[in-house]
Design a protein around this ligand. Sequence first.
Ligand SMILES: [Zn+2]
Length: 191
Amino acid sequence: MISEKELLQRSDNKCELCSSEENLVVLEVPNSPANVSEIAILICETCKEQIENPEKVEPNHWRCLNDSMWSPVPAVQVMAWRMLNRLKAEGWPQDLLDMMYLDEETAAWAKAGITENSAEKIVHRDSNGVILEAGDSVVLIKDLKVKGSSMVAKQGTAVRRIALVHENEKYIEGKVDGQQIVIITDFVKKI
Ligand SMILES: [Zn+2]
């Protein structure tokens, strides 16, 4: 766990989201996976209040994310992504989201808060009905022709560290022969 002193140093005594130097507090990013230890960020009371009270959000305050979304700190990236996602109906936050790059783990972390609140949660299941999660490994249960190429992914091929296609419960993504492909969940078995 990062100490408050280290946090102050990392942030240069500024809110890691909006750069304000006043009323700084430590926020532990909610819905953080157990294997991530550095979940604390230093933010100002204004940011904190708006994060915790969606009805108090002033969209223009969050234009600061234009800069802070490029922070090298994953916990800051996660909070920036979540606020942009919350505000995306404004238009400009969606543009920033489109530009933002999160590595796979950070993206899953960022989305963790979202799926929990969403009413219709998409669940991916393998051919036996076993629930699939990002990072799982599966094996192909039949030969699959890869769309748009001459490649055939052979039955029995193990696909490690799959990603879930969030909009569609029938699709997962994974690497076969070094190539990222989309695979239909009916044709895989969790290993
Ligand atoms: Zn702030």
